[in-house]
Design a protein around this ligand. Sequence first.
Ligand code: F6R
Length: 264
Amino acid sequence: MYKIFPTPNEVAQYTAQRLLDRIKSKPAAVLGLATGSTMEPVYAQLVTWLRQSTVDLSQLTTFNLDEYIGLAGKHPQSYRHFMCEHLFNKLNLSHDRVHLPDGLAEDVEEACLAYSAAIQAAGGMDLQILGIGSNGHIGFNEPFTSFSSRTHVIELSEQTRLDNGRFFSNPDEVPTHALTLGIQDILEAKEILLVATGAHKAAIMAELFHSPVDEALPASALKTHGNVTIIMDRAAAAGLPGELSNTNGVEVMRDKHWNAELPA
Ligand code: F6R
């Protein structure tokens, strides 16, 4: 289902509340986490609320979606660094329960197999949070990634390297490859939240709304999952059918492709 809020701040509050509710209802929950600009206000709100609460985080397990190949965890643009800065260092999380793919793994194939296996051994993700790339990627699953993929190495598309160049002092420094959870891993989460804010996401969100389930648009795989909420601000929803994008407050609806089967 889609939920549209007037502002990015309301999107962050709603999303953080969904994460908090999950943690409160299941202290031993397994959370799938994303990085990126969209997540920053979500994590900021979550940290504020968790610090005000007495929720015990000692049983919480987290798995991040992706990591650049070739960046050490201490590199300021590594996703480990992002997570430490925005979440892990601010909360009392147990270090051995926090997982990210290892961008410096010597045997990447082995590291990929081990990562998907660790998620399954933990019981699978209770809640997976996702952003979306301007080309429709989820995690770093670029267009035409197989919907049956597990954790794997991906060559980043030119579009993704351009989009993410803003975080690096020189766009040429953006790594060419990354490790990412596969789409099948993502679809096995019990519950999924996809968050999109800002006018720069309007085109891809309109495309997603109208798209059938198609490997050309990785996020369209979510339409085969029974428990997905797509959370947007009005700017990101501007290209959806008019009566929906102009409403005041929250809109909840589905598109005609929802509950489709995965292509054989
Ligand atoms: C990040 C990730 C990516 C981002 C997406 C949107 O861990 O998996 O799919 O969610 O690229 O990034 P932002 O939020 O920076 O627009």
